[in-house]
Design a protein around this ligand. Structure first.
Ligand SMILES: Cc1ncc(COP(=O)(O)O)c(C=O)c1O
Length: 421
């Protein structure tokens, strides 16, 4: 499979036929650039892979919640998996029909649940007995019936970074299916006149590259849901979450064929409506963070390439020791030696890449931090009073501004100085 970012005949790094250097020159750096064509193609590939079970796909907004990206996916038929009232507003603003929105997360507030019910969203995935009580109470005061699925914890540990592993009992996620906790809660939920039981949900973690943990989790879910059905309880939907890993080394699109086959093997003809919440696998390799070299600094024992993007723009290397390929925008020369690609933020942890073999670079050269389309811009902050990078998307040969970089004046305007005596 070919990457969305390729070199043209002249060796320039491009996306959708447009040289990234031109995009950087027009819109400035740091700048997130997404391939809308790639996002659309990857969504379609995912939807095709799960078509045999008539899968309903809800894009996980937490991976990339730019309105332009959500709207593009909505135009392809995607729903939205949200985790906050803010993401609810984003999904609605981008044109996702309320009925296609699924609300996940362990800590939904009264206001968020109320807003979700008022909007008429399709499904709330509850994660605790206390939350089921809250949803019931809030639905009762509104005189509505809330569609509630129960997120269960199937105690499967995927082989991924500890901070994005959610499947074990020791995590805060879901209600354990062992010791009958989840079964008792589902019975209680099904018995509540303010709740319409929507089914069960599972999500065991993110960046999972091996299908085995998915198979164990899905098999456990099927067994558990079949037992509930055996009791005569309504379990219409099984929501399988997201979590499919991407190739951060090659930057190529994820091949969903084997995942689709696994889902069909476990659920084909099971009689459940199957839902999905992919995030990273649709957008990660369809985004890059463009940056420019400010200085080259030869330290005591290593070379630092100091660039104008930083941990406030892309936190993943600092937070997860995540690997992102870094490629020059211009035609590349021979590799010259190892370097750390670092930002201007005053933290030793502020790096985008460490010990990378890089070609000769000079001040002003453009670089692309690859595979930055997921959990990139959404995690940005204004740390060090640096306005986070803007975002653009190339679609059908045109570059669209999705969000321009704010300026310092806008950041300052959000604050108030108290009257000091
Ligand atoms: C409940 C839930 N669904 C879906 C996702 C999306 O996962 P991914 O981006 O790995 O596909 C997440 C992210 O961790 C999640 O917490």
């Amino acid at each position: 499979m070919t990457s969305s970012f390729t070199r043209d005949d002249e060796g320039r790094l491009t996306v959708g036929g447009l040289p990234l250097e031109d995009i950087a020159a027009t819109h400035g750096t740091p700048l997130y650039v997404y391939s809308g064509d790639g996002i659309r193609a990857d969504y379609r590939n995912f939807a095709a892979a799960v078509a045999p079970v008539d899968g309903k796909v809800h894009f996980a907004l937490k991976a990339n919640s730019a309105l332009g990206v959500i709207a593009l996916l909505a135009s392809q038929g995607a729903g939205a998996d949200i985790v906050s009232g803010g993401e609810l507003q984003r999904a609605l603003a981008a044109g996702v029909p309320a009925a296609k929105i699924v609300f996940s997360g362990v800590g939904k507030t009264t206001a968020e649940i109320g807003a979700a019910l008022d909007a008429g969203i399709g499904q709330i995935n509850a994660e605790s007995a206390a939350e089921v009580e809250a949803i019931s109470r809030i639905a009762a005061t509104r005189g509505v019936v809330a569609p509630v699925a129960l997120r269960v914890n199937v105690d499967v540990a995927p082989d991924t970074h500890a901070k994005i592993s959610t499947g074990q009992r020791s995590t805060k996620f879901g209600v354990s299916i062992s010791q009958n906790e989840a079964a008792a809660l589902y019975r209680r939920l099904a018995d509540d006149s303010h709740i319409r039981p929507a089914g069960l949900a599972v999500h065991i973690g993110s960046q999972i590259c091996d299908l085995d943990p998915f198979e164990r989790a899905y098999t456990a879910l099927l067994e558990f849901s079949s037992a509930l059905r055996g009791e005569g309880l309504p379990v219409p939907t099984l929501d399988l979450g997201g979590g499919i890993g991407v190739d951060y080394d090659a930057g190529t699109p994820t091949d969903f064929t084997d995942y689709g086959k696994l889902v069909s093997k476990v659920f084909y003809d099971s009689g459940f409506q199957i839902g999905f919440e992919p995030g990273r696998s649709i957008v990660a390799n369809n985004g890059a963070l463009l940056t420019r070299v400010i200085y080259i600094k030869d330290g005591d024992n290593k070379r630092f390439v100091i660039v104008d993007a930083a941990m406030n723009d892309l936190l993943r290397p600092t937070l997860y020791e995540a690997y992102h390929a870094v490629l020059p925008l211009a035609p590349t020369g021979a590799l010259e030696g190892p370097a750390d690609i670092v930002g201007p933020v005053c933290e030793t942890g502020d790096y985008l890449a460490q010990d990378r073999m890089m070609p000769a670079l000079a001040e002003g050269d453009g670089l692309a931090v690859m595979s930055a389309g997921a959990y990139g811009a959404v995690m940005a902050s204004s740390y060090n009073s640096r306005p986070p990078a803007g975002e653009v998307m190339v679609l059908d040969g045109e570059c669209h501004v999705l969000r321009r970089q704010r300026d310092i004046a806008e950041l300052l305007a959000e604050e108030v100085i108290p009257v000091l005596s």
